[in-house]
Design a protein. Structure first.
Lengths: 348, 323, 474
């Protein structure tokens, strides 16, 4: 018997309005979902064409969870999205061509080729670049929330982690400290049921990750991660609660990772039936159907968005491909920040 | 100018900086109500309140990671590890997150982690270590190891101002034992500038932290017999290669002294640099006096054996003199 | 005799041209007691491998040079202190330094040899008063490191640099460092005193002529060899192992090559019927063994017969020195001795062999061969040979073309004695086939001095001496 609350689906346009979304916002969400998947699909192709070195990770199946949470954030909020959360970067406004440049290790990628794939973030957009040691980003999100609390700012930090990362001590320390200090932080668990090849029952013994929230003294909620509106609504509630001093919330977005851990992994260990079942719940299809059923979404609108995204991606890849590969110049100097870099309004 | 203990110099500098700069806050285990295990932040919480003098749960990872997040949000966190030894629990946050953030993402992480370090009081294997060399190997981190009260103040303020993660090693054995004059006004001491603790012509002795005093005593014992130049590095990341190399050019003999264990200790880096850069200045092999490669033992005779003693330094210097 | 004061053990001069030696083994550890003349260590030089006996009885208080290290002649190797005498004496007694200086003045040291080589070509000239102004650049630090000074020790990088900058031979400077090492302070003081401009009065440069009496011709070639840089490290290929040459092997290699480059080698072979020698040896063998403790070998007979032949053909015992022929009234007979396991070859010398009868010669050969195999040879034992006999016949060889030991002009190769059918005349003067103990003697000679006829006549007489052995003569 799960302890955490289970989120309800959003069943009508009226509910979305109550949640703060008008029709334009809904079409925007749709566009962000299409764009998120488009970036990863095109990246996948570029990787197989040998244009992307290293490894390539996608968040197929997690688009709604990422877009839903990010849509609920305010511009002044911050977060530490991980490699299944391309949708967060998209919603926050990272230009797609910069992402492709990042994938391809070009100088115009946010890390200038110093790091790869989704190990990037534009801090001007309130995002902090992830590291591969995934739960290590949760203490950082907690620290951001601590800064907001010390300064009495009405801002919220979002920390993402996976169900695999839930097994590590950083997750515990972060949630414990956030709970103790009732910090304005929302923990988002992307539970896609597979940590590389390890299934959930080998990662944790409680029924849901969200059940743990009670032990830390705050609320936990499980939401269908393929339902963008449900994710949005839960994230919105949690974020605004945190903003008002109500402390942290742990939201577990249940999805299935619809591809391997990375492009090189064929996910043979995932039962075929599981893929088939979750394929019926594809987050994009689900939202398209919802829009048609509830918001008079037309073929023309869908075609227009599709064309826009297609053009955006084509242009982005072309532009990214024009960006040169980096020369090893100033690498040693780049290790340390200079005092001038703190001469910003943010650090004053 | 007032005479202060090493501990008081650190405490006063931190308090003054918190008064001056509202972005500065301290976080650590027992730093608030209790005032820190060594009382460096004694009475801070009364003055600055519980949100700038934060008693943290026993969570080194969350403390250091939290500082990183807060720093990226514009704060100037100063974390205290209750003992430097406990920094191992926060390795990932320092090495994986904070140290690499600027190179990867261009994000400055201006945090300070204060690390009460060193032995000499039967602290045993987990309360006596000097783990600075482990971190000196990590690009992106800076490391200060002040030896005097005046340096303790100036280096702490530099550390807080620095836009990078700084490990500030404060030697426990110096806390109340060392008293000296500390200028009243606010000042900083740049990282990477060594201090000539004692001028000499015959042998260069490079050291830092509490070993500066061991070196000093050894040099005094050899007065009239051997003229020893003691260089207190003050910071080991970055470290002042120029001052060391200039001194070696003068003396042609060098001894590196540190309290940390020997193998891959920071002394090895200094020796390697002297070999690379000053080979033709050398009149003897560069020598090391360090702790042996064991954990820090507990019982007094064992710990005495472990820690470099004045007589060890004297013997090392004599050996170089006679070479 | 137990020592009353600390006594230094120094690297001995194992031959006039020997400048350094390698410690191969310490036979005593620090703290052990040792009797005077008891073996203390083993050294290896390019001339000889030998044990060094302790100069005094007492306690080995300090070993200053570890095994494997090569040091210059005169370097202090260890200290023997009086038993129960407490602290080791750090400072080398003056005597040791003096001895070392004297030995070094003996035209030894790599640099000394190099200079000797230069001087042989030029007319002997007084040493330049201002070495710093000579156009030749200062010796590179490495060369300085081997410089023939007094007590030689490591030349540190900074000393090498200063020496190079000021054109100083570090060997001129008295060292105050460990083991007499010249320290930075020493060389700076030397510079300050104007040392760079004028040679130190107490350290005369190497003499223009080597002090050694018998080896002037040897010096230049050897010096050239010594001046050659060491070859770099060799990487083993698949299935190969690589080991460094021992000093002795390097010495042999250099000497053999140089001999072939020097002498015009020709080999001639004579067959000798040893029937008479066999019979005489059979008769004397037991008596020699029981009364004198000497094994009477065929080699001794050959050696004795050779000495008699040399008396008639003196150029066999001569030397070419420059454009002169130097003959000698004495024969220092070298006997080549192979060391076990192919480790090398030593040629100890029986001095004034011509004065010895068969017994004396047999004894001398036996003693010197034993000493060679047991590493007890003294430096003098391997020097001054005038004619050499080598004896591969002991292993069954029946023919050889030996290489002359320079600066000699001939070497006799004694082959195996084998029974062969030979044609002889019976009492009636008819040819018959008989079984005779036959031995081949191969003589390699230097055709620069010795012509074929001269060599053949020498060999003819040698054969005759053996075939018609006159027992009463010996």
């Amino acid at each position: 018997m799960a302890i955490a609350r289970e989120a309800e689906p959003v069943s009508s346009i009226k509910e979305t309005k109550e949640a703060g979304l008008d029709r334009e916002d809904l079409l925007g969400i749709y566009r962000n979902l299409i764009l998120t998947r488009g970036i990863e699909e095109r990246g996948h192709i570029l990787y197989k064409q040998g244009k992307i070195p290293g490894s390539f990770y996608t968040g197929r199946g997690n688009e709604a969870a990422a877009v839903g949470v990010a849509t609920a954030m305010r511009p002044e909020d911050v977060g530490t999205p991980l490699h299944r959360d391309m949708g967060v970067h998209v919603v926050r406004g990272v230009e797609p061509w910069r992402m492709f440049a990042q994938f391809m290790g070009r100088v115009d990628g946010p890390t200038r080729g110093r790091d790869g794939n989704v190990h990037m973030a534009d801090d001007r957009l309130g995002l902090i670049a992830m590291v591969s040691h995934l739960p290590a980003m949760l203490p950082v999100a907690v620290g951001a929330a601590l800064a907001f609390r010390i300064r009495d700012e009405k801002r919220v930090a979002i920390g993402w982690f996976g169900e695999g990362a839930s097994a590590r001590g950083d997750t515990h320390e972060s949630m414990n400290m956030a709970g103790v200090r009732r910090l304005p932080v929302v923990f988002i668990c992307d539970n896609n049921q597979w940590a590389y090849s390890t299934p959930t029952h080998l990662e944790f013994a409680c029924e849901t990750i969200a059940d743990r929230a009670q032990a830390y003294g705050f609320d936990g909620v499980v939401v269908d991660g393929t339902d963008v509106l449900a994710v949005y609504r839960e994230a919105k509630r949690a974020i605004e609660k945190a903003r008002e001093g109500g402390g942290p919330t742990l939201i577990e977005c249940l999805t299935l990772r619809m591809e391997g851990h990375a492009v090189h992994d064929d996910a043979f260990y995932v039962p075929k039936e599981m893929f088939e079942e979750w394929a019926k719940r594809d987050p994009l299809e689900r939202f398209r159907t919802w829009l048609r059923d509830n918001a008079d979404f037309t073929d023309e609108e869908e075609g227009e968005i599709s064309e826009q995204v297609k053009k955006l991606l084509n242009d982005a890849i072309r532009k990214a491909d024009e960006s040169p590969l980096p020369e090893p110049e100033g690498e040693v100097d780049a290790v340390y920040a200079t005092p001038e870099e703190l001469e910003t309004p943010h650090h004053k | 100018m007032a005479v202060k203990t090493y501990l008081q110099a650190i405490s006063d500098a931190l308090r003054d900086e918190m008064r001056r700069d509202k972005r500065v806050f301290v976080i650590g285990e027992d730093v608030g109500v209790y005032g820190g295990a060594f009382k460096v932040t004694k009475d801070f919480q009364q003055e600055f309140g519980p949100w700038r003098v934060i008693d943290a749960p026993l969570s080194e990872t969350a403390i250091v990671g939290g500082c990183t997040g807060a720093a990226i949000m514009g704060m100037r966190p100063v974390a205290e590890m209750q003992f430097a030894d406990f920094i191992s629990c926060a390795w990932d946050q320092l090495v994986t997150v904070a140290a690499k953030q600027h190179y990867r993402a261009g994000t400055p992480v201006p945090i300070v982690v204060r690390l009460p370090s060193g032995g000499g009081f039967s602290g045993g294997p987990f309360h006596s270590q000097n783990p600075e060399s482990s971190f000196a190997h990590i690009p992106g981190l800076k490391i200060a190891c002040p030896a005097t009260p005046a340096d303790a103040k100036g280096l702490l303020l530099s550390a807080i101002e620095d836009p990078n993660p700084v490990l500030y090693f404060e030697h426990k054995h110096l806390y109340r034992r060392i008293k000296d004059e500390v200028p009243d006004e606010r000042y900083t001491i740049p990282f990477g500038e060594a201090r000539i603790h004692r001028e000499g012509d015959d042998v260069t002795l490079v050291t830092w932290g509490a070993m500066v005093y061991t070196a000093d005593e050894a040099a005094k014992q050899l007065e009239g017999e051997l003229s020893v130049e003691i260089i207190d590095l003050r910071t080991i990341a970055p470290w002042d290669r120029e001052t060391v190399l200039e001194s070696v050019a003068k003396t042609s003999k060098a001894l590196v002294l540190h309290e940390d264990t020997q193998t891959a200790g920071f002394g090895a880096e200094i020796m390697a640099t002297i070999m690379e850069e000053a080979f033709e200045d050398l009149d003897a092999p560069v020598k090391r006096v360090t702790a042996p490669d064991t954990p820090v033992p507990f019982a007094p005779p064992l710990e005495k054996w472990f820690l470099p003693q004045v007589e060890d330094v004297v013997a090392g210097l004599k050996d170089l003199a006679e070479y | 005799m137990a020592t009353q004061t600390a006594v230094d053990v120094v690297m001995p001069q194992m031959g006039v041209s020997v400048s350094e030696g390698t410690i191969t083994k310490w036979l005593k550890a620090e703290g052990e007691t040792i009797a005077s003349d008891e073996s203390l260590l083993e050294i290896s030089t390019d001339k000889v491998d030998t044990e060094i006996p302790s100069p005094a009885s007492g306690v080995l208080t300090q070993i200053l040079v570890p095994e494997g290290e090569t040091v210059e002649v005169g370097t202090k190797l260890a200290v023997i202190s009086p038993e129960g005498g407490g602290e080791p004496v750090d400072e080398p007694p003056e005597l040791a330094t003096q001895e070392a200086a004297e030995e070094s003045a003996d035209a030894s040291g790599a640099e000394g040899e190099t200079r000797a080589a230069e001087k042989v070509e030029d007319a002997p000239a007084p040493p330049s008063p201002e070495p710093a102004e000579t156009p030749a650049p200062a010796a590179p630090p490495e060369a300085d490191g081997d410089g023939g000074g007094q007590v030689r020790a490591f030349v540190s990088p900074v000393v090498a640099r200063i020496a190079s900058e000021h054109g100083i031979d570090v060997g001129q400077i008295e060292g105050s460092g460990r083991g007499g090492r010249v320290t930075k302070k020493d060389i700076l003081a030397f510079v300050e005193q104007g040392g760079a401009k004028t040679p130190a009065p107490e350290a005369p440069p190497a003499p223009a002529e080597p002090a050694a009496p018998q080896t002037p011709a040897e010096q230049p070639a050897q010096a050239v060899a010594a001046a050659q840089p060491p070859t770099g490290e060799v990487e083993p290929g698949a299935g190969e192992t690589v080991e460094p040459m021992t000093p002795m092997r390097k010495g042999i290699a250099e000497h053999m090559r140089r001999s072939l480059d020097t002498s015009a080698h020709v080999t001639t072979t004579f067959e000798v019927d040893l029937s008479k020698v066999v019979a005489i040896r059979q008769k004397l063998k037991r008596e020699y063994e029981e009364r004198h403790g000497v094994k009477l070998t065929y080699l001794a007979f050959v050696a004795r017969a050779t000495l008699d032949a040399i008396a008639k053909w003196p150029w066999m015992n001569a030397e070419i020195r420059g454009e002169s022929i130097v003959t000698k009234s004495y024969v220092n007979l070298g006997i080549a001795v192979a060391l076990e396991g192919g480790k090398g070859l030593i040629v100890p010398v029986v001095k004034h062999a011509e004065e010895k009868n068969l017994l004396g010669l047999a004894r001398a050969i036996q003693e010197i061969a034993d000493r060679a195999r047991n590493k007890k040879l003294m430096p003098d034992d391997v020097q001054g040979g005038t004619f050499t006999i080598t004896n591969p016949g002991g292993f069954g060889a029946i023919h050889g073309t030996p290489i002359i030991s320079q600066p000699q002009v001939a070497i006799l190769d004694v082959e195996a004695m084998v029974k062969r059918p030979v044609v002889v005349q019976d009492d009636a003067g008819a040819d018959v086939i008989a079984i005779r103990p036959m031995m081949n003697l191969c003589l390699a000679y230097d055709h620069r001095l010795i012509d074929g006829a001269y060599a053949a006549q020498f060999m003819r007489d040698l054969r005759s001496n053996l075939e018609t052995w006159d027992e009463s003569s010996y």
